[in-house]
Design a protein around this ligand. Structure first.
Ligand code: FE2
Ligand code: FE2
Length: 156
């Protein structure tokens, strides 16, 4: 099926963000493991997996619309030096992703592509959950203190 105007560019833009998220979360999972925070390692692995699923879904849909999935470009991957720093960077990244999805959804509604809109709407639900996870953890750190928070991340 042929894509409506601008839709393939939007899908490839979102794909770039999702692929970047896969790389970023794999790195952050490994960093948490190397720092001894098994519980955070597990959560980041779970996030990486969800981003792989988002990326795969986008690639399928781009092909369905007779486009070419761009898997060769990434945004800058964040390299945090501490748990708090990676949480903040990832929260920002997810917020930008949500903004990209919101713009995509609005464009799809305008050009009448309800299938793509549905796919992006499904992705924004996960993205908002990701934002919420980081917001909640950062709130917990400010309430119980970093040391206490980290001591609870050592065991699964
Ligand atoms: Fe995602
Ligand atoms: Fe995400």
């Amino acid at each position: 099926m042929k894509a409506k105007e601008g839709v393939l560019d939007i899908l490839n833009g979102v794909l770039k963000a999702e692929l970047t998220a896969v790389h970023q979360y794999l790195l952050h999972a490994a960093l948490c493991k190397s720092w001894g925070y098994e519980r955070l390692h597990d959560h980041y692995s779970h996030l990486a997996n969800e981003e792989v699923q988002h990326s795969g879904g986008l690639i399928d849909h781009i092909l369905y619309l007779e486009g070419t999935p761009d898997v060769e470009h990434l945004d800058t991957v964040g390299h945090g030096q501490s748990v708090e720093a990676i949480f903040r960077a990832d929260m920002e990244f997810e917020r930008e992703d949500a903004e990209l999805l919101r713009k995509g959804i609005a464009h799809c509604a305008k050009v009448g592509d309800f299938t793509t809109r549905h796919i992006l709407e499904h992705m924004i639900i996960d993205t908002e959950e990701h934002i919420d996870w980081f917001e909640t953890r950062l709130k917990a750190i400010s309430q119980v203190g970093l040391e206490q928070f980290l001591s609870e991340q050592i065991k699964k």
